[in-house]
Structure formats: structure tokens, C-alpha cells
Design a protein around this ligand. Structure first.
Ligand SMILES: NC(=O)c1ccc[n+]([C@@H]2O[C@H](COP(=O)([O-])OP(=O)(O)OC[C@H]3O[C@@H](n4cnc5c(N)ncnc54)[C@H](O)[C@@H]3O)[C@@H](O)[C@H]2O)c1
Length: 251
């Protein structure tokens, strides 16, 4: 049995992961960590600094603010980590990179298989269409999402930008007399409302034609299932940084 600790266990995603871990014959949840102390039927800590149990893997759906405590726990115990929260700062991403010299870390802004395929298609479309098409990314999420734009929108922008050697700059929304759109931009726009689970659209707008690549998540279970798949994949792996592309390549 793979021993799992869930970070953010009282949140929307944490609860869904707990359901899946409980029903999966290969995994068991030995504890949870959350600032909230709601009874969810497992041993609950308020911080990773206080956790005594040794897990094989931690699945964290809490927040970027929890990173330092979580990495310290993983280094202390040798547990592998699935970082599923979003909104990490560039400094935190550096910390994650350095920590991967010591522990196995899985990180992706989006755990759905479909989005990871979309990433590949966007990269190919951008390389094929080149400079004559303007790229705009529109993401839509529920009204409780705290960070914007979504980590996935940023990931898709980076995939498109690979075709241009990373030279395009990101334009986050537009307002006022911004002037004509420049070729060197990739536009990124965040829409928030209601209970939208997560929608991403990458538009390639050329002269007289538009190509749109899009993905729509219909339920949060898709991300929770991806996190459990990632946890099983990373368990027992040597130190290093892994993502969904590694899981797909392994299939
Ligand atoms: N990678 C993906 O595919 C993916 C998919 C969905 C959500 N997410 C991300 O997962 C995170 C959680 O999403 P959610 O919808 O479940 O949010 P949520 O607000 O419902 O749940 C977050 C939980 O984490 C707890 N928490 C927050 N900060 C904490 C801290 N410092 N220490 C301990 N507990 C803490 C909160 O009390 C809450 O219970 C967000 O960052 C979201 O963007 C990622």
C-alpha cells in the first residue's frame, strides 16, 4: 500500500483526492494537513511542521504559502511530493528546482491528461503557423479562484512561446488606449464566474481565419484522479523533478 498524506485535505480538491485514495486498492491516506480543522475521518494536522507519520508520498492541494513547510517535511522524511497547488512565485519555483536535487517532486499546473495533450498541440500549432498568427489565451474559472491568470494558461503560453525561442512577451489583459496589437505579444485573459471548473482556449488569429484549440474540465475529479496517478508514478522514483509529460511518456 502506498501511504499518502494530503495537504489541503479540507478543501474542494483535498476532499476529492481523499475519496479516490480511499477507494483505490493501492493507496491509503495516513494523515491530512489543513489550516481548517474539519473532521474528515483521518488524522489531521494544522501544519507539515507537526507531522510525525512518514508517508511515501504527499499530494498537496493547499496553497503556494504552504511550500516551505511541505518541502522541509519531505526532506526530513524522504517522502516524494506531488505539488498540485498553483500560484508559486518565480523564487519558489527556484526553491522547488533546488529541492529536486534531494527529493522526488512532481509539479504541474494542470493534472488533466487532456490539458497535457493540449499543451503538445499548442506547441505544434504555434510552430506551424509562425509569426503571421496572433496568439491569445482565454481561461475561465469559478468565482472562488484566488490566483490569475491560471497556472495552466501560463503553461500554455510557454508551450506556444517555445516555437519563438521564448521571445514573445505576455500581455495580461488590456485596458484603455493600448494601441495596435504587437506581433511580439501573447495575450492572456482571465474570466471569473459562477462554478466554472476550468476552461482554456488558445486562439490563433490570422488574416481571415481563426484556429481555436480548447479544453473544458467538467468536474474536479479529473484533477484529483491525475494527482493520484502522479502519486503512484513518483513513488519510489529517484530525486528529480517530474511532470505529466513523464507519466504520459511512461504509458
Ligand atoms: N494542478 C491542478 O490540476 C489543479 C486543479 C485544481 C486546483 N488546483 C489548485 O489547488 C489549490 C486548491 O484548490 P481548491 O479548489 O481545493 O481550494 P480550496 O480553497 O477549496 O482548498 C484549499 C485548502 O487548503 C487549505 N490551506 C490553504 N493554505 C494552507 C496552508 N498554508 N497550510 C495548510 N492548509 C492550507 C485551506 O484551509 C483549504 O481547506 C489551488 O492552488 C488551485 O489553484 C490545481
Amino acid at each position: 500500500m502506498i501511504k499518502v498524506i494530503i495537504g489541503g485535505i479540507c478543501g474542494h480538491m483535498g476532499k476529492t483526492v481523499l475519496e479516490l485514495v480511499r477507494t483505490d486498492p493501492e493507496t491509503e491516506c495516513i494523515a491530512g494537513v489543513d489550516l481548517k480543522q474539519e473532521d474528515c475521518g483521518v488524522l489531521l494536522y494544522q501544519s507539515f511542521a507537526k507531522v510525525q507519520e512518514k508517508a511515501d508520498v504527499v499530494i498537496d492541494f493547499s496553497s503556494a504559502a504552504n511550500l516551505e513547510n511541505l518541502l522541509a517535511y519531505a526532506k526530513r522524511t524522504g517522502a516524494a511530493v506531488v505539488l498540485a497547488a498553483t500560484g508559486y512565485t518565480p523564487e519558489q519555483i527556484q526553491t522547488i528546482r533546488h529541492s529536486a536535487d534531494e527529493i522526488a517532486i512532481f509539479r504541474t499546473a494542470n493534472l488533466s491528461v487532456g490539458i497535457n495533450l493540449l499543451q503538445k498541440l499548442v506547441r505544434e500549432a504555434a510552430a506551424f503557423l509562425g509569426e503571421s498568427f496572433d496568439i491569445e489565451i482565454i481561461e475561465r474559472h469559478h468565482n472562488l479562484k484566488k490566483d490569475a491568470p491560471s497556472g495552466t494558461a501560463y503553461m500554455l503560453a510557454q508551450s506556444a512561446n517555445q516555437a519563438f525561442g521564448g521571445e514573445k512577451r505576455y500581455c495580461y489583459g488590456r485596458e484603455g488606449m493600448v494601441g495596435a496589437r504587437e506581433r511580439a505579444e501573447i495575450g492572456i485573459h482571465a474570466v471569473r464566474g459562477g462554478t466554472i471548473v476550468g476552461e482554456h482556449e488558445v486562439m490563433f488569429a490570422g488574416d481571415d481565419e481563426i484556429i481555436t484549440l480548447a479544453h473544458s474540465a467538467r468536474s474536479k475529479r479529473v484533477f484529483a484522479a491525475g494527482a493520484v496517478t502522479a502519486a503512484k508514478f513518483i513513488c519510489g522514483k529517484p530525486a528529480g523533478q517530474y511532470d505529466m509529460q513523464d507519466v504520459l511518456a511512461n504509458k
